[in-house]
Design a protein around this ligand. Structure first.
Ligand code: PLP
Length: 287
């Protein structure tokens, strides 16, 4: 089946879908994005993702290209036209197309919106996630505004590739103070020897993950003990469990950090339970 992409008001064959060479996303990474899980044809935690999109746009002073209600229609239509039952829907907004100049373009330049959707093999992803993943740790080298979900992901690209070359799937950034901030494309968590679920507070140094927020709500509702405090690499290595969260990863157990096993080197029961029950707590769009 041929794929379809939404580009500035039109649904185009994916192979021919393109933006102008002077799109500011291409020139300056001057844009933001969101990724939403699609499961059984429904968008997961859509309201959270659209809320964060509004915030990212506001922080960068980019106008929202279309109203939320229209955006929701485009997301669904892109999912439908690509016949995605399980997978992801991706949306990107840039400041638009203008003569290359660092200053913001005139008000008449409209922000550009692209939406794509892609199926995923849910069974295969499940097997991969349940095996657990290895992570490496790398020095934090990103700008301080990682709370904005910008398309400027070069540091993340480089550390993810470094992880792959080291036989791992994710890289955890470690700040100058020795605390883990987050993964290259995930939020980082541990379960301490006392059984407390720990993740860094979303008050700086990390993207405020939508999956993270749902997992915290879950932990509260399930009366699990949790604590939003930063942890060091040594604390993570000595933890009972570790895991990552993201819309694309849901909850993925971490079984080794820099080659050292976490706990008994197998996915832990807390991470597995959070993964198994995640969709009971996440919001699914209707139809
Ligand atoms: N942190 C970073 C750097 C990310 O890129 C992502 C997702 O792409 C996350 C955290 C997790 O965010 P979410 O749960 O909203 O997908």
């Amino acid at each position: 089946m041929s794929r379809i992409a939404y580009v500035n008001g039109r649904y185009l064959p994916h192979a021919n879908a393109a933006v102008h060479i002077e799109d500011r996303g291409y020139q300056f990474a001057d844009g933001v994005y969101e990724v939403c899980e699609v499961r059984d044809g429904r968008l997961i935690d859509e309201a959270g993702h659209l809320g964060r999109l509004r915030r990212s746009l506001g922080e960068l002073k980019i106008r929202q290209p279309i109203a939320d209600s229209a955006l929701r229609v485009v997301l669904r239509e892109t999912v439908r036209r690509n016949r995605v039952r399980d997978g992801i829907v991706y949306l990107q907004v840039t400041r638009g197309v203008a003569k290359r100049d660092h200053f913001f373009p005139p008000e008449s330049v409209k922000p550009a919106l692209v939406v794509t959707a892609r199926p995923a093999d849910r069974a295969k992803n499940e097997v991969g996630a349940l095996a657990g993943i290895k992570v490496i740790t790398v020095p934090e080298n990103r700008w301080p505004r990682v709370d904005i979900k910008t398309i400027g992901l070069l540091p993340n690209v480089l550390v993810k590739q470094q992880a792959r070359e080291a036989g791992a799937k994710e890289a955890w950034y470690v700040g100058a103070d020795g605390h883990v901030t987050e993964g290259g494309s995930t939020n980082a968590w541990i379960v301490t020897q006392e059984g407390i679920i720990r993740t860094r507070p979303a008050t700086g140094g990390i993207l405020s993950g939508i999956t993270r927020a749902t997992v915290l709500r879950m932990a509260r509702d399930l009366q699990m003990r949790f604590d939003e405090t930063p942890f060091t690499v040594d604390e993570a290595k000595g933890a009972r469990e570790a895991f990552n969260t993201a819309a694309t990863a849901i909850v993925t157990p971490v079984i080794a950090i820099d080659g050292a096993p976490v706990g008994d080197g197998k996915p832990g029961p807390v991470a597995l339970e959070l993964r198994r029950r995640f969709h009971e707590f996440a919001e699914a769009s209707d139809g």
